[in-house]
Design a binder for this molecule. Structure first.
Ligand code: IPE
Ligand code: MG
Length: 223
């Protein structure tokens, strides 16, 4: 979710106004995904590197996460959304951690769509944590599945579509392992402006892609 700061700047507003508007985009995109039958939506809300932003902005984002949980859980329950926070959650304040676990516990049996919110998340940190667990378990036989099953995303399918807003042409440490074969869609639209119509355009673009997974186009055509 990129471009919140630029969205605010264009309007002469403080960056935090962009983050607030961005949270409305999460709500809109989640709703549209649920209606389209998407089963998993994963959003990158806060990276392991975002702690380096101005303290005021970091504090605001922490506040926003807490407030959003308080305000949205009821609606998530009504819409059967399973909410999960994935990342190095240890680093958050006890209050926020408590809110996150409570919201995850409350929504855990919802089955219409899963919303994964990646917080204090880094793809490299996730791989380090996975390797540590694998070593601690004393495993000798390691294959790709072993790695997948030790990531925060264990049990979830790899993403089919990766949407990158605000024209950024980099992965920024997001789901490094899981996006091996994801289709990438880059749009100039800033995240606070990314709503149902923009999601629809991204899905339509995705539907025109030919996913080959290393095979030739002829093999795919032959089924
Ligand atoms: C993304 O928007 C939101 C978070 C990382 C929390 P940015 O804040 O990175 O927006 P730009 O890049 O300054 O426009
Ligand atoms: Mg940015």
């Amino acid at each position: 979710m990129d471009g919140n700061g630029r969205w605010a700047k264009e309007r002469g507003l403080p960056r935090i106004a962009g983050h607030r508007e961005g949270s409305a985009s999460v709500r809109a995109v989640l709703k549209a995904c649920a209606e389209y039958g998407v089963k998993f939506l994963t959003v990158y809300a806060f990276s392991t590197e975002n702690w380096n932003r101005p303290q005021e902005e970091v504090d605001f984002l922490m506040e926003l996460f807490g407030q959003t949980i308080d305000n949205e859980v009821e609606e998530l329950m009504a819409n059967k959304v399973k909410l999960r926070f994935l990342g190095r959650l240890q680093k958050f304040s006890p209050e926020l951690k408590q809110k996150m676990s409570k919201a995850m516990e409350q929504t855990k049996d919802n089955d219409r769509i899963t919303l994964n919110v990646m917080v204090n998340y880094g793809g490299r940190a996730e791989l380090v944590d996975a390797v540590k667990e694998i070593v601690a378990e004393g495993r000798r036989e390691i294959d790709e599945n072993t790695i997948s099953q030790h990531l925060y995303t264990k049990g979830l399918p790899d993403p089919d579509l990766l949407i990158r807003t605000a024209s950024e042409l980099r992965v920024s440490n997001f789901l490094l392992w899981q996006i091996a074969y994801a289709e990438i869609y880059v749009t100039p639209v800033l995240w606070p402006d990314f709503r149902r119509d923009q999601l629809k355009a991204a899905i339509e673009a995705y539907q025109k892609r030919l996913r080959k997974f290393g095979k030739t186009a002829e093999q795919i055509d032959a089924g």
